[in-house]
Unconditional design. Structure first.
Length: 268
C-alpha cells in the first residue's frame, strides 16, 4: 500500500487525512506529496488507519495528534483543555496592543495557555501571569510555555480567588455557551471539557464574575478584554457600562462577528 493509495481510501476529509498521516509518519505534508508512491509498512498502515478511525468516530484532529497551531505557534493539547481556535487570535492581538511597555497581564482560565504563551512570545517585555481552576490544564499550559521558552507565572485559581496583586491588563476567554445549546452535543465540542465551554447557565455568569472582580486586580486605566459568543457583545458592553467602566466597545473577528469586548477601568 502506497501513501497515495491509503490517502485515497480514507473516509475522512482529505486535508485531515494528510494531517494525520504526516503526524503518524513524522513528516511534513509536502513530503507526503514527494513520497506519494512510497510503500508503507504493515505497521505504518495499521498506525495510520487507527488515526483515521478515531477521526471517523468524531474525535477532533487536534486531540488525535496532540497538537494545534495558534498564532503561528504549535501548542500541545489534551482533552483536559479547549482546542485553540483562530478567532481567539484577535484577543491576543488586542491584548498586545493595549498592554503598555514593560506592563503586566493576567490571563484568566488559560486552558492550554494559548493566549498567555502567545502574548508572552509576542511581547517579550511584558510580565504575563495566567490562572486556571484545573490542575491538569495548568500542566498542559506549563508544558507549552516551556516549549516556547516564555516566562509565564501560573496559578491554580477559580477566577480571582488565588490571584495576588494588580495588573495593567486582564484578558480571558471564559465559558460562555448557554446551557443546553445544541452545539455542545455536536462536532468537536462533544469531546472538549464541558466546564470550559459553558457556565451551565445563561452564558454570561463567568463574564459577569470576571467584570465584577477585575477592579481589585487591575491598575487604574487598565483594560479588561474578554472573548464571548457571537450574540453576546451588547450584553457584555451593557454589563461593563453598568459597572462604571469607560470606553466599552467590541471588536470583530475576521468573519465580521463581534468576538471580543472590553473596557478601561476609570482613573480616579
Amino acid at each position: 500500500m502506497t501513501i497515495d493509495g491509503l490517502l485515497r481510501l480514507a473516509l475522512i476529509d482529505a486535508l485531515e487525512a494528510r494531517v494525520l498521516m504526516a503526524h503518524a509518519l513524522q513528516c511534513s505534508r509536502v513530503q507526503l506529496v514527494i513520497r506519494s508512491q512510497d510503500e508503507l509498512s504493515i505497521e505504518d498502515v495499521s498506525k495510520i488507519s487507527a488515526l483515521f478511525l478515531r477521526r471517523m468516530e468524531g474525535e477532533p484532529v487536534a486531540y488525535v495528534t496532540g497538537v494545534r497551531e495558534f498564532f503561528g505557534l504549535n501548542f500541545a493539547v489534551t482533552p483536559d483543555v479547549l482546542i485553540p481556535r483562530p478567532e481567539t487570535e484577535l484577543l491576543v492581538e488586542l491584548a498586545a496592543a493595549h498592554l503598555p511597555q514593560q506592563g503586566s497581564a493576567l490571563d484568566l482560565g488559560t486552558g492550554s495557555g494559548a493566549i498567555a504563551v502567545a502574548l508572552a512570545h509576542l511581547r517579550r517585555d511584558a510580565q504575563v501571569s495566567a490562572t486556571d481552576i484545573s490542575a491538569a490544564a495548568l500542566q498542559v499550559a506549563q508544558r507549552n510555555a516551556a516549549t516556547h521558552a516564555v516566562n509565564v507565572h501560573f496559578t491554580q485559581s477559580d477566577w480571582y480567588a488565588n490571584v495576588a496583586g494588580s495588573f495593567d491588563l486582564i484578558v480571558s476567554n471564559p465559558p460562555y455557551i448557554v446551557a443546553g445549546d445544541v452545539h455542545l452535543s455536536q462536532g468537536d465540542l462533544r469531546f472538549e471539557p464541558v466546564d470550559a465551554l459553558t457556565d451551565h447557565m445563561n452564558g454570561l455568569t463567568a463574564l459577569a464574575a470576571i467584570i465584577n472582580g477585575a477592579p481589585q486586580h487591575l491598575q487604574a486605566g487598565g483594560w479588561l478584554l474578554m472573548e464571548h459568543g457571537y450574540d453576546q457583545s451588547a450584553a457584555v458592553c451593557a454589563m461593563l457600562q453598568k459597572a462604571g467602566w469607560e470606553e466599552a466597545q467590541s471588536w470583530p473577528d475576521l468573519a465580521g462577528i463581534a468576538r471580543v469586548s472590553g473596557a478601561r477601568l476609570p482613573v480616579k
